[in-house]
Design a protein around this ligand. Structure first.
Ligand code: ARG
Length: 245
């Protein structure tokens, strides 16, 4: 009788697993990068969040978005604890060696946010300044291309939000980050002593994509859905919501 009970339990668990959306796609992000993804109470909100919803709906896929943090995105894709990442992730040659990306969905470049009174007119003026960047981002690599790797003046932050908060406090003199994120910060903090400068000569254009494990079977489905959303006007609607004036 005991083994019958065990059998019953095992089959119930199996049934639950099958019905409970075992095929749900797990998506990871780092929700400290407004306006692409940030926390509003417990909710993750932003351009990426709305775009993801549109793409998943178009693809007919069930999903769950988790705030896993930036650094963990990369190992989590590799070990399969997440299936997809959307996080304002720049498609780079280095990352393409280890991961797959969808088609690009957003053009970006870097910008310097600096503390008022700091003499920064172009990226070359970053030399000798106390700079904050988010660890492992293209902002870090862009800053390093100017001041050199492991420069003691370069401070690494776990999130871009923390780097910008340190700038607002005057603890650091500049932050190198994605243009839309720097602009959003200044827009939301109009009375703070933070100013912006761009530098098209030093900072190249780059493109965001959804990131996948190398060889992921989801790539084609997501590419098709993303293209549809871009072509059918849904993308423009979401863009207007987050970037419209
Ligand atoms: N675009 C930059 C990169 O790919 C920064 C992305 C940071 N995103 C985030 N959600 N913190 O490196």
């Amino acid at each position: 009788r005991k083994s019958l009970l065990v059998l019953l339990l095992v089959s119930m668990v199996a049934l639950l697993a099958a019905c409970g959306g075992g095929d749900k796609i797990i998506v990871g992000t780092d929700a400290a990068f407004a306006p692409f993804e940030s926390l509003d109470g417990e909710d993750i909100v932003g351009f990426d969040v709305d775009l993801l919803a549109a793409v998943m709906e178009e693809a007919g896929l069930e999903y769950e978005l988790n705030n896993v943090g930036w650094d963990p995105i990369f190992p989590s894709l590799k070990n399969g604890s997440i299936d997809v990442a959307i996080s304002g992730i720049t498609i780079t040659e280095e990352r393409k060696q280890e991961f797959d990306f969808t088609r690009p969905y957003f053009e970006s470049t870097h910008m310097i946010a600096f503390y008022e009174g700091t003499d920064i007119q172009s990226a070359n003026d970053l030399e000798g300044k106390i700079i904050g960047v988010q660890t492992g981002t293209t902002g870090q690599f862009a800053a390093e291309s100017i001041v050199g790797e492991s420069n003691p003046n370069l401070q690494l932050f776990e999130t871009t939000a923390l780097a910008l908060a340190a700038l607002k406090q005057g603890n650091i003199e500049a932050v190198v980050t994605d243009i839309a994120v720097a602009s959003e910060f200044v827009k939301n903090n109009p009375n703070d002593n933070v100013q912006l400068v761009s530098d098209a000569e030093n900072f190249e254009a780059e493109y965001y994509g959804l990131m996948l494990a190398d060889g992921s079977e989801l790539k084609e489905t997501l590419d098709t859905a993303l293209s549809t959303v871009i072509e059918n006007g849904k993308y423009a609607e979401i863009f207007q919501k987050w970037f419209g004036t």
